[in-house]
Design a protein around this ligand. Structure first.
Ligand SMILES: [Zn+2]
Ligand SMILES: [Zn+2]
Length: 183
């Protein structure tokens, strides 16, 4: 089996103005939640590492929201209004109710969206995804780097033809299982 060092994925730069709009909405909704729930919350970390056709995901324990830069740039208005509150609601539900017996888009999440954040609770977005259709697969290593493998590379791993190493920590990448992410 061949081992290859994984090339860095090209990063998509989100214009500063758009990043500021994301932060503005995040902070407004967070302030609303603090006021209505009479509780303070730390500000979630936003990054622009979400790939594939997923608009965004919430990493509950890391208190982090991953935003798909391509879908944000292509649908700025709807994205900021829908996806940011959607993912923030996942974090808030986790903090307020925990995870046990709580479905990702269940009653707690719907309540958080509607009654606290004042947003219509929609499970999915309907952005055009043709530009992001090529599927990627998440892999982990020994450090904190997120690796997204193309389907071609993923298939090579699955068939045992190839394995990939992290450039930073040198560990063999392994498929991410049981992700805590919710889209
Ligand atoms: Zn690594
Ligand atoms: Zn969701």
């Amino acid at each position: 089996m061949a081992s290859r060092i994984l090339d860095h994925m090209k990063t998509i730069r989100v214009p500063i103005m758009l990043q500021q709009r994301v932060m503005k909405t995040l902070r407004e909704k967070l302030a609303l939640a603090e006021q209505k729930l009479e509780q303070t919350f730390p500000e979630p970390v936003i990054n622009y590492k979400q790939r594939g056709t997923t608009a965004g995901s919430a990493y509950l324990k890391d208190w982090e929201i991953r935003v798909n830069p391509t879908l944000l740039i292509e649908n700025p208005d709807n994205f900021v209004d829908e996806v940011i509150p959607h993912e923030l609601a996942h974090l808030l539900v986790y903090r307020v109710f925990g995870r046990k017996g709580v479905a990702p888009h269940g009653n707690e999440w719907k309540w958080m969206m509607q009654n606290v954040l004042g947003v219509v609770p929609k499970r999915t977005h309907n952005f055009a995804v043709t530009s992001v259709k090529s599927r990627t697969f998440r892999y982990l290593c020994g450090c904190d780097t997120l690796h997204e493998l193309t389907i071609r590379r993923h298939n090579k791993v699955e068939r045992g033809e190839n394995q990939y190493l992290c450039r930073k920590c040198g560990e063999i990448l392994r498929r991410e299982i049981a992700s805590a992410a919710e889209s």
